[in-house]
Design a protein around this ligand. Structure first.
Ligand code: FE
Length: 221
């Protein structure tokens, strides 16, 4: 399979309409813990971009932010696991895997202390609690998409862990993420993780230091 790098058109061959960021939030997404292993070290992050592509053979894709350590580990090792999160996944789990970096924190330290080190055949960790399935992937091709890389992978293992319903990104916003406290301060809040930027103007190139989402995912307090 050959894929060329992601290059936006210099000039679009059709006229540009209005782009409402909220329209993109109408797309349905799940939430997943993406894990990788390199040189004996385990790491993981949260993603919402897992899609099955084909049935025979079973292939799927993940899009991963290049700022994440897990991205680099997958780019180098070509292997990963996806744990499909359920509706009972608590905010703490998202904070643990999504709002800190594996460059400074060992995200699996707690489960190791608890003596629970579950792995698939590829040797990579997965999340057992609050997950209803685990899929193992071996990268077949990758596409450079600017801020993210799209990895296309073969499924090398797939197991059901429970029959609880999968959580959606909408569930996360409606029921899992704590509601922000009303504040009188001037600033902007990240709609994804709740990080607050204090100041009159949010720089257009601002990137959330917690979840790496851009200025378009912030709203005024
Ligand atoms: Fe954020």
């Amino acid at each position: 399979m050959a894929f060329s790098a992601f290059q936006p058109f210099d000039s679009l061959p059709f006229s540009q309409g209005k782009v409402e960021p909220e329209a993109l939030f109408k797309l349905s997404y799940g939430l997943f813990v993406l894990t990788a292993r390199e040189n004996g070290a385990d790491n993981g992050c949260i993603i919402n971009t897992v899609t099955q592509l084909t049935v025979d053979p079973v292939t799927f894709s993940i899009a991963v932010n290049k700022a994440n350590l897990t991205h680099d580990m997958i780019a180098r090792t070509g292997a990963f696991n996806v744990s499909v999160l359920t509706c009972s996944a608590p905010f703490d789990l998202f904070r643990e895997f999504g709002f800190q970096s594996g460059r400074t924190v060992d995200k699996f330290a707690k489960s190791r202390t608890a003596g629970r080190e579950v792995r698939t055949q590829n040797g990579i960790r997965y999340v057992e609690s609050y997950a209803n399935a685990v899929l193992s992937g071996t990268v077949r091709a990758s596409v450079d998409c600017g801020t993210h890389t799209l990895f296309l992978a073969d499924v090398t293992e797939a197991r059901v862990l429970s029959n609880e319903a999968s959580v959606t990104y909408q569930d996360y916003f409606d029921h899992i993420k704590p509601k922000p406290e009303p504040k009188k301060k001037k600033g902007y809040v990240c709609k994804i993780c709740g990080y607050v930027y204090e100041g009159e103007e949010l720089p257009p190139d601002f990137v959330c230091p917690i979840c790496k989402h851009g200025a378009s995912d912030f709203e005024a307090l």
